[in-house]
Design a protein around this ligand. Structure first.
Ligand code: G4P
Length: 321
């Protein structure tokens, strides 16, 4: 049995039974971060007072973790797409994303891990290069940090500032108010964590976000998301699955795979049956922590709503609201 085990997550809460249809493996995921309603006006106002926009994305899913409203609101302001959590993403896929993003006017892409000071220093340098008339005494470079919850905005700000300023936590949308942070290197940051939200109308994107943990834990149907993630991994990263779970071959469906993983991780109930819910939780926990290896859930030619995700698993009943 593998070490990471099959402990219950204290934050897990499945949606009420009334939100599910029995014939489907997935439950409805509900996620209503109320304070995000004013995002549009606030961001538009901030953009006007900003020289460089720092858009934080999850490198593993740079399209699903973006909010396309920002493209409209950004006007012609330079924008750095920080592909954060690069330590967890597939390096070859990340490279392809950088090439793709940098074809767009005014966009630079920078993969990094927000916890690594050396990598984050590259961001400071890039900001100053993009606004060469700023960053001088009396004319600070005004940068804003935007992104959906849980992509690592607070972590990035803390590393940039060199101390703990923004609260980091495992719950999305933990920071709701705007702060100004003088980095004392010519840059003043306007920090707006939580002001953007993912596009929940796209079901595949929503399941990808749930796979990485970007959607609030209380909204999760772990089994459905676990099956989605298992199916994706079977299609795209077979070797990683077989190595991590010491499998000589993979079964032909995601339920059987989760059962095998559950057995390996000791997710059993009385009588030796597999507890599929706990198996899904344990599998997602491992996947998110990078225990299987570096994985990307989107490639440039296969972005949101296309064939990468198992579309058939995301039916009408599973609309994410
Ligand atoms: P947010 O402000 O955008 O909502 O995100 P936040 O910084 O709170 O980060 C969300 C989670 O992502 C945190 O984990 C944080 O540690 C993790 N994280 C941020 N940047 C990186 C990165 O570059 N690589 C990796 N692997 N993880 C990153 P947590 O489990 O919620 O909290 P904790 O582990 O810090 O206690």
């Amino acid at each position: 049995m593998l070490n990471s085990g099959c402990a219950r997550s204290p934050t897990t809460r499945t949606a009420p039974a009334s939100t599910t249809r029995k014939e489907n493996k997935h439950m409805t995921i509900e996620w209503y971060p109320g304070h995000m309603g004013k995002a549009h006006e606030q961001i538009a106002e901030l953009v006007r007072r900003t020289d460089v926009i720092i858009e934080v994305l999850d490198a593993r899913l740079p399209v699903s973790s973006a909010n396309h409203l920002l493209a409209e609101l950004r006007r012609n302001k330079p924008c750095i797409k920080v592909m954060n959590k690069n330590d967890l993403a597939d390096p070859a896929v990340t490279k392809a994303w950088v090439r793709t993003f940098e074809k767009q006017a005014g966009i630079r892409a920078l993969p990094l891990s927000a916890k690594q000071h050396r990598e984050v220093n590259q961001l400071t340098k890039l900001c100053l290069r993009l606004a060469p008339t700023r960053g001088k005494p009396g004319r600070p470079l005004r940068a804003m940090v935007v992104g959906i919850p849980n992509v690592g905005k607070s972590t990035l700000i803390n590393t940039l500032a060199g101390k703990s300023l923004a609260k980091v936590g495992d719950k999305p949308a933990i920071t709701t108010s705007t702060q100004q942070i003088d980095l004392r290197n010519g840059i003043v940051l306007s920090d707006t964590p939580g002001l953007l939200w993912p596009d929940m109308r796209d079901q595949v994107a929503a399941y990808r976000l749930a796979t990485t943990g970007a959607i609030g834990a209380n909204a999760l149907d772990y089994t459905g998301v676990g099956l989605f993630a298992a199916e994706f991994m079977m299609r795209r990263y077979r070797e990683l699955l077989m190595t991590r779970y010491k499998l000589t071959d993979l079964p032909d469906n995601s339920t059987a795979l989760l059962e095998q993983i559950g057995r390996r991780l000791g997710c059993l109930v009385a009588g030796g049956e597999i507890d599929l819910h706990r198996a899904a939780e344990a599998f997602l926990r491992e996947l998110r922590a990078g225990k299987l290896g570096r994985v990307s859930f989107e490639e440039p030619e296969q972005a949101v709503g296309d064939s990468v995700g198992p579309e058939e698993m995301v039916g009408e009943e599973t609309r994410l609201t």
